[in-house]
Design a protein around this ligand. Structure first.
Ligand code: SAM
Length: 317
């Protein structure tokens, strides 16, 4: 299996195998590990353009870099990705049967996950792969990257950086952007620091290992990035309001979250996109642009009833 084979028509010209060798390794291993899942991935990546393959190669390279750096088993990240897919299916099944997320019903606390270095490594590397292997996650990443285009010499805050890709892309615009990066998990911050190691201008970045609710700062930010984090807290309204208070004049928030997306560590259940829109309105924030991306190709009027996962992101002001 190789990318050259995957890509048909005029696009074939981009697909020089040696150019995408890390991504190709990922694809070959994925095919071995989970054939059913691979068919879906193959269908998705066949439709993508050069921009996608460049991103996928860069992320794959990072994946192998971390496996080596942390002396992890070969293909540890792909095993973790596979586990994440299995876990997601089982949590979605739980949601359909019980009406809400397991973590909410069973009052699960994420503290143990956030302090465990091994669990976080597996979780974050798996999650990083979803950015190129789950169509909805890739769409969100694309939306984010197009919305930060041209952002230079700005003051930004990232809350819940996780794998660190969001900050990485922002620093690719300019290493002169000043950033505060706050995450409750030490391991997330470690990954973020490592993923941006080449772009780091130490004087321009500050890392804070804290629950965002406890962050104390007098700074105001031109951009606040909150990717896939508000569903990890029990009170997303309080979380979003606290972020809003830290916005500079004309500042913007990039928010991404999801409705009906059951995961072991999701502590707040948005039942539909309207609920997310209502939350934004309650916080007296306005939507400049947004993107709604269902995980399955079924008519809109069935989304809520079928409880399919829907990804959402927006730029708020
Ligand atoms: C799903 S990851 C999001 C990763 C990335 N931002 C993205 O968009 O894919 C959630 C991250 O939020 C962090 N987090 C969860 N609750 C938090 C809180 N109360 N304060 C700060 N960070 C938090 C977790 O440690 C984790 O790194």
């Amino acid at each position: 299996m190789c990318l050259e084979h995957l890509c048909s028509g005029g696009f074939k010209k981009y697909m020089k195998i040696d150019k995408y060798k890390n991504f190709n390794r990922i694809l070959n291993k994925l095919k071995q590990l989970n054939k059913t899942n691979f068919v879906k991935i193959e269908r998705f990546i066949k439709k993508q353009k050069a921009e996608y393959y460049l991103t996928a190669e860069q992320i794959s390279k990072n994946i192998f870099y971390f496996e080596k750096k942390w002396k992890l088993k070969k293909y540890f990240s792909l095993m973790s990705y596979n586990e994440l897919c299995k876990e997601t299916l089982s949590e979605q099944y739980y949601l359909k049967k019980n009406g809400t997320y397991r973590a909410i019903n069973q009052k699960i606390d994420n503290k143990l996950l956030y302090i465990s270095s091994n669990k976080m490594k597996a979780y974050l590397l798996g999650l990083m792969l979803t950015q190129i292997l789950w169509p909805s996650h890739y769409k969100i990443l694309k939306f984010y990257r197009s919305s930060i285009k041209g952002k230079r010499k700005i003051k930004f805050l990232e809350i819940g950086s996780g794998h660190g890709l969001m900050t990485k892309y922002l620093l690719e615009n300019s290493s002169q952007n000043f950033g505060l990066i706050c995450d409750i998990s030490k391991q997330s911050l470690n990954l973020t620091k490592n993923i941006i190691y080449k772009q780091v201008n130490k004087n321009n970045l500050k890392f804070i290992n804290k629950d965002f609710f406890k962050l104390d700062t007098d700074l105001k930010f031109d951009l606040i990035i909150m990717g896939e984090v508000i569903e990890h807290v029990t009170n997303p309204q309080k979380f979003l309001l606290k972020a809003k208070k830290l916005l500079a004049k004309k500042g913007k928030i990039f928010l991404s979250t999801c409705a009906n997306c059951a995961q072991v560590d999701h502590l707040y259940h948005f039942k539909c996109i309207n609920e997310i829109h209502r939350l934004i309105k309650k916080c007296k924030l306005k939507i400049e642009s947004d993107l709604i991306s269902p995980s399955e190709n079924i008519p809109k009027n069935k989304w809520k009833k079928e409880k399919i996962a829907i990804n959402y992101c927006s730029i708020l002001y």
